[in-house]
Design a protein around this ligand. Structure first.
Ligand code: KIV
Ligand code: ZN
Length: 570
């Protein structure tokens, strides 16, 4: 909502009472012996995407023909076998789109297109026109059955509404007969729209009446779709309503029970999941839950929830960034950073203790979990949806040394000793607190370099040479800038570092012990850089770390010594 349309702005005083008396609590049905709470979902339902219809009709700017095609192609790629491609009798764009995919032969074998149609004669005729020539079609007929709509919208009795639905079913049967004769496989889906706001016995009666007209068989079932058009109660109540319906429906074996939830209370997915436990077999919904008002059931989250339980979701969701990209460009609605399984931040830990646990979990998975995913704070492996281990750790002022270590190691290949991390981490934290936000890997790297590599101080290495004296001794001559003057130094030792240290001791006239020396290659290939990390200790055994980076290993070592001395003198 744009701020101009918001009724209350921050400047307006906040009313200290809410007009809750206006609302009536939803009356649950009596279903004392419900069995759904003991059920476990063990397989994927039949998925039906309604992105191109329910999703599209809820957009500020409905999809253009090109965007519809992009969304359709994506849905096919993701493995949807049933796709509601539009409401062709209500929209010329939808009509043209349906004709297009049929005439261009772009409906793969095994994929059934679904078209929505209201229970009205001329709309039914036009819908049949739209789907001519398709191989498999679900004709989705609906009319509202809710108590409130019967009273305030249609002014019709239960009997009149049943007649409306059965007459329409008879027309669908009649008008689709030529299509069937021409080889199209037509399945009827009937939705008592606003099912959850309908008296349950009436919903069963109207669906039974529709079945009597349509005459489904066990081999050719009708789809009975039970929408929670506006979500009005907790998801357990929806599950009760589904279990009730299934128990009461006379020829249950001739119907596929389908669910179509919306998300007005924020529990559209939960309602669909509990509805599946209550015996439904098919789920309608959209990618990322786009749809009317608060949206439809989010099929991606629902499928990934199954996946995370070790169940084949029967949708291919491995390229989540690609799915997000197409969805955002077609709907013009950004996917939220906290969108389950897909948002930018959903596999990210900022907190130090979480980062630490993730790091330990990852090494457990690499070494000993026998293929099972056992990583704290990560419900699934981000790599399974096109993410990477790198994204799991990001650094802000809440992060500790673990996060800094992770970034330096995973982005720059640098493994720092614990003592260096202990020194660096509070510096990083201070930078983050001063900036007030996240520190990107480059900032962490630059802070590390300023602090340990290019350390400001009195000493600078300008040049050096190494000469072999004999098989065991080398001589080092070097030129240093010390404050404002340049000084030549020289020393001997068993190797270049020893010789350089000897030269420094003579010049500095103080003890210089190199301890904790380590050097390794930062990257591979001819441009490989060596990193040398060491510390020097003074007579009181205090340690000062320095780091040198260079393509030459000796230069890296000398620079690290100079960096350490400068850090000591700071
Ligand atoms: O939400 C709803 O009830 C619908 C029907 C047309 C199925 O979208
Ligand atoms: Zn809907």
């Amino acid at each position: 909502m744009n701020s101009n349309t918001r009724p209350n702005t921050p400047e307006q005083p906040i009313e200290k009472k809410m007009p809750f008396h206006k609302y009536k609590p939803f009356k649950p049905i009596a279903l004392a012996d419900r069995s759904w709470p003991d059920q476990v979902i063990s397989r994927a339902p039949r998925w039906c995407s309604v992105d191109l219809r329910d999703g599209n009709q809820a957009l500020i700017e409905p999809m253009s023909p090109v965007e519809k095609q992009q969304m359709y192609d994506l849905l096919i790629d993701l493995g949807f076998k049933e796709i509601e491609v539009g409401f062709p009798a209500a929209s010329q764009t939808d009509f043209d789109f349906v004709r297009n995919i049929i005439e261009a032969d772009s409906i793969p074998e095994g994929v059934t297109i679904q078209v929505l149609c209201q229970a009205r004669k001329e709309l039914i005729a036009r819908t049949c026109e739209a789907v001519q020539g398709a191989r498999d079609v679900i004709f989705h007929l609906y009319n509202s059955t809710s108590t409130l709509q019967r009273k305030v919208v249609f002014g019709m009795s239960r009997e009149e509404i049943i007649t409306l639905a059965t007459d329409a079913t008879a027309l669908v049967k009649q008008y689709t007969q030529p299509l069937v004769d021409a080889g199209t496989n037509v399945i009827l889906e009937y939705s008592p729209e606003s099912y959850t706001a309908t008296e349950m016995d009436f919903a069963v009666d109207i669906c039974t009446a529709v079945m009597e007209v349509w005459q489904p068989t066990e081999d050719k079932k009708i789809i009975l779709n039970l929408p929670s058009t506006v979500e009005m109660a907790t998801p357990n109540i929806y599950a009760d309503q589904i279990e009730y319906f299934i128990r009461k429906l006379p020829e249950r074996n001739k119907a596929v029970i389908s669910l179509h939830t919306h998300n007005d209370r924020g529990t559209g997915i939960a309602a669909s999941e509990l509805g599946l436990m209550a015996g439904a077999e098919r789920i309608e919904g959209t990618l990322f839950g786009n749809g009317e008002r608060t949206g439809n059931c989010d099929l991606i989250t629902m499928a990934m929830n199954l996946f995370s339980q070790g169940i084949d979701p029967e949708l291919y969701l491995s390229n989540m960034p690609g799915i997000v990209e197409v969805s955002e460009s077609c709907t013009k609605i950004p996917v939220h950073v906290r969108q389950p399984y897909a948002g930018e931040l959903v596999f990210t830990a900022f907190s130090g203790s979480h980062q630490d646990a993730i790091r330990k979990g990852m090494s457990h998975v690499e070494s000993g979990s026998e293929g099972a995913w056992e990583v704290p704070y990560l419900p699934i492996d981000p790599a399974d949806v096109g993410g990477s281990y790198r994204e799991t750790v990001r650094v802000n002022s809440q992060s500790g040394k673990g996060g800094v270590a992770f970034i330096l190691e995973n982005y720059f290949g640098v493994q720092l000793p614990r003592e260096v991390l202990l020194e660096l981490s509070p510096i990083i934290q201070a930078v983050s607190e001063a900036d007030g936000g996240e520190l990107k890997p480059d900032t962490i790297w630059n802070t590390f370099v300023t602090e340990f590599v290019e350390v400001k101080g009195p000493y600078q290495l300008l040049d050096y040479q190494i000469h072999s004296l004999d098989r065991e001794n080398e001589k080092c001559t070097a030129r240093l800038a010390i404050s404002a003057s340049e000084v030549d130094i020289s020393g001997q030792g068993s190797g270049p570092i020893d010789a350089f240290v000897a030269a420094l001791i003579e010049t500095l006239n103080e003890p210089l012990n190199v301890v904790d020396y380590q050097e390794y290659s930062l990257n591979e290939g001819s441009q490989a850089q060596a990193i040398c990390i060491l510390s020097i200790s003074d007579d009181e055994q205090r340690k000062y770390y320095g780091v040198g980076i260079s393509q030459n290993t000796t230069t890296a070592a000398f620079k690290s010594i100079i960096a350490a001395i400068n850090r000591k003198w700071r």
